[in-house]
Design a protein around this ligand. Sequence first.
Ligand SMILES: Nc1nc2c(c(=O)[nH]1)N[C@H]1C(S)=C(S)[C@@H](COP(=O)(O)OP(=O)(O)OC[C@H]3O[C@@H](n4cnc5c(=O)[nH]c(N)nc54)[C@H](O)[C@@H]3O)O[C@H]1N2
Ligand SMILES: Nc1nc2c(c(=O)[nH]1)N[C@H]1C(S)=C(S)[C@@H](COP(=O)(O)OP(=O)(O)OC[C@H]3O[C@@H](n4cnc5c(=O)[nH]c(N)nc54)[C@H](O)[C@@H]3O)O[C@H]1N2
Ligand SMILES: [Mo]
Length: 767
Amino acid sequence: MTQRFPSLCHWGAFTALVEQGRFVRAEPFALDPSPSALLDALPEVVYSNLRVARPSVREGWLKHRDRRRSGHDTYIEMTWDAALDLVDAELKRVRAQHGAEGIFGGSQGWASAGRMHHAGSQLKRFLFSGGGCVDKKGNYSFGTAMFLLPHVIGTAGPVTGRVTDWTSVCSHTRLMVAFGGLALKNGQMSSGGLGEHSMEMWLRRARDAGIEFVVISPNRSDVPDFLRAHWISIRPGTDTAFLLGTAHALVSEGLEDRAFLARYCTGYERFARYLTGRDDGEPKSPEWAAPICGVDAAEIRALARKLAATRSLLTMTWSIQRAHHGEQPYWMLITLAAMLGQIGLPGGGFGFGHGSQGGIGTPRPAGAATPELPTGKNPAGTAVPSARLTDMLEHPGGGYDFNGERLRYPDIRLVYWAGGNPFHHHQDLNRLRQAWQRPDTVIVHETHWTPTARHADIVLPATTTLERNDLGGAVRDRFLFAMHRAIDPIAAARNDRDIFSELAARGGFEARYTDGLDEAGWIRRLYDSARATNLTAGVEMPPFEVFWERGYFELPRPQRAFVLFEDFRDDPTVHPLATPSGKIELYSAKIDGFNYDDCPPHPTWLPPREWLGASQARVYPLHLLTTQPPDKLHSQADYGPVARTAKRAGHERIRLSPADANARSLADGMVVRVRNARGACLATVEVDAGLRAGVAIMSTGAWYDPADASACALERHGNPNVLSLDQGSSKLSQGPSALSMLVEVERWDGDHIASAHTTPHILASAG
Ligand SMILES: Nc1nc2c(c(=O)[nH]1)N[C@H]1C(S)=C(S)[C@@H](COP(=O)(O)OP(=O)(O)OC[C@H]3O[C@@H](n4cnc5c(=O)[nH]c(N)nc54)[C@H](O)[C@@H]3O)O[C@H]1N2
Ligand SMILES: Nc1nc2c(c(=O)[nH]1)N[C@H]1C(S)=C(S)[C@@H](COP(=O)(O)OP(=O)(O)OC[C@H]3O[C@@H](n4cnc5c(=O)[nH]c(N)nc54)[C@H](O)[C@@H]3O)O[C@H]1N2
Ligand SMILES: [Mo]
C-alpha cells in the first residue's frame, strides 16, 4: 500500500509517496504549473550513504583538542548522551571564559524548507536564550544591496520584499531590460518552498502581450529562447559604465525627465556634474563606456532612445551586486530609472531579482504573512556582516568599517553551525580553511557528511524534512503548506530542535528555549500567528485542523496590482521615502559623510579589483563567473542523481567560449585546471558558443575536495570558491565579491579522481 504525505522543499511542494515505510518518490504538487525536475533528487537526499548516522567527534579534538581541521580526519562515534555532554561542557566553558562574544552562531545557510524546524533559526533561538552569541547580518544573496538601498530609496524592500508585480508588467510594460538575464533555472528555487513555479508562465504571458525584451549579460543562455530577446553581450563587472553611457545619451538628447528629477529626487545636479564630466573633464558618454564594457556606443545610444520612448522597466539580477563595488550598478540602475521618470508608474521604473529567484513579482495580497520561527532577541547584540567570516576568524579584535560605523571583530572561540555549508558558500576557501583552525571548537549539525561537517569537531546528525512534522512556505509565494512526517528518522538522526531542547535542559534554560511547547504545539502557534496577521490583511485562513488535513492553504489573488513606489509618486509629501530627504537620493550626504574611498556619494564607475580591464588580466586572462547551479540548490544533493549526471568525468563543468577553448587547444570533455593566485580546482570543459570571449562560467555547489591538508591544496572536484575573491564589496556594505575574479585555465593530465562524496574514516562507538 502506498501512503501519501504532503511535504515541501525549497524547489517545490510535493506529496511524499511511502511504501513499506520507505519514501520512494516525490509527486509534484497538483496546482504547480511547472514543477522542478529536481524533485527526483529527494529520495537520494534521504537515503544517501553520506547521511551522518550517529553523533561523531573528531579524534584529534577528542584526544588532545587539536585544531587542525583538515577535512581528512578520523571521527569517533558516540552515544547522544556522551556527545551532548561534550557540547554542553564546551558551551559552558567558552561562555564562562569568553562570554557570548566567544561564540559564533551566525550560521548562514538555507537549511531546508519548513519554518518551524529551520535549523539556523533554531540555533539562534537556542544560543540567544542561553545568553547570546555573535550573529551575522546581511547575507550572500543581496548583502550589498540590502545596506545600500535604504540610503538611496529608504528601504531594502525591492530585494527583501516586493517589486512591481507581473500583472502590472503584462498590462503596461512595453520594454523590459534585464541586466543579468531572466534564467528559468533560478526560478526553481525560493527560500521556504514554492507552491507555484510561475516564472515561465509570466514570461510567456509577457511575450504574448508584445513586450520587447533586452537582455544584457555575458552569457546568452541567461534567457529562454521563447522570449526572442535582444542580447547585448557585456563584459562582466562593467554594468555601471554601460548604465552611465546610457544616462549620458539621454542627457545629450534632452530625454531626461527634469520634472520627475526635481519633484522626486535629490542630488541630480551633483550626479550630473560627474556624468557630464564637468568635475573631472571626462563625459561618461557612450563612447567613453564602449571600451570599458565592450558594447558599441551606437548600441548604448539606441537603447537609451528606446527606453525613453516607451513604458520601460529596468531589472537587474542579484548576481550583479555580488561583486566588488557591487553598490554602484544598483545605485546607477535606480538613477537611470529616475532619469526616465517612470518610477511609480504601472509597469515602469526599476526592479531587482526577476531573474534571480522564483516568486519575484508574483501577485500576492499586501501584508500577507508566512510563518517564521521567533528567534527572540540576542542579548549579546553583536553581529558581523556574513561575508566577513574569514576576516573575523583571522583578526580577533581587528577594526573594520561598516555602513558608517567603525567596529571590532570579536574573538571567536567556538563556532556553531546548523543548516549551512560555508565550505561551499564562502569565498577563497583556502584562506577560510586556515582561519577555521583558530577557534577551539567547531560544532555542526548536519544531515550529510558535507565538507563543513568534515571540518568540524563535533558533528550531530540532523533529520531531513521527511522525518518530521512542520509547516512552510515562501514569502514570495501564494501558498502555505502542511508538512507531515512521512518516515522514521534515519539511523540516530534527531530534529535540530530536539537536540537544542536537550542542550537547553542541560544548561538550565529549557523553558526559555521551548516556551513549554513541543513540535505540535509550535507548529500550531506559528500557524495561528500567521492566521491572525493574515486576518488583519483581509485574508481568512481556516482553523489549523482543516489546514493540516487539507495539506495547504492558498492565498487569494490580489484585486490590485502592486506597483513599487506608487504612493510616493502619487504624493511625495504625504508618502515620503524613509531617506534623509524623503526623496530618491542620487547623491547621498550621509554616504558622503562616511568618506569611503570605495563607495562615493553618488553612483560612480569604479573598476572592480579583478576584471578584464585590470593589469592582472595579462596573467589571468579569463573572468570567471560563478552562477547558481541549474541542477541543484547550492551544494544540496550534489551527490544525488540529478546533479551527478550533470557533471562530466566526475567534475563540475567550466564553460568556455569557442575562442578561448581554441586558443588553449581545449575541447569539450577535457579535464582542466582552473587557477589563480588564491588556488586551483579541476573542472571539465564545455564549449559554449553563447558565451562572450574572455568569460568563463562555473556553477557553485560542487563539494569542496582538497587533495591534501596543505595550505593551497588542489581542489579536485570543481568548487570555484577556491578561486573567488574574499573582499568586502565596499566599506559600506561589506557584502561578498564572489563574482569579481580572474583565472587561467590549462589542460590537466595529472591524476583527477574526485572523492568529495565519501564519508570520513569513522571508528565505531566509544560508548
Ligand atoms: N562563488 C560564489 N559563492 C556563492 C554564491 C555565488 O554566486 N558565487 N552564492 C552565494 C549565495 S547567494 C548563497 S545563498 C550561499 C548558499 O550557501 P548555503 O546556504 O550554505 O548552501 P546550502 O548548500 O544550501 O547549505 C545548506 C546546508 O544545510 C544542510 N541542511 C539541510 N537541511 C537541514 C536541517 O534540517 N538541519 C541541518 N542541521 N542541516 C540541514 C544541507 O545538508 C546543506 O549542507 O552560497 C553563496 N556562495
Ligand atoms: N537552480 C537554482 N536556482 C537558484 C539557486 C540555486 O542554488 N539553484 N540559488 C538561489 C539563490 S540563494 C539566490 S541568492 C539566487 C541568485 O540569483 P542570481 O545571483 O541572480 O543568479 P546567478 O545565477 O548567480 O547569476 C545570474 C546571471 O548573472 C549573470 N552575470 C554575472 N555577472 C554579471 C555581470 O557582471 N554583468 C551582467 N550583466 N550579468 C552578469 C550571469 O551570466 C548569470 O547567469 O538564485 C536562486 N536560485
Ligand atoms: Mo542566495
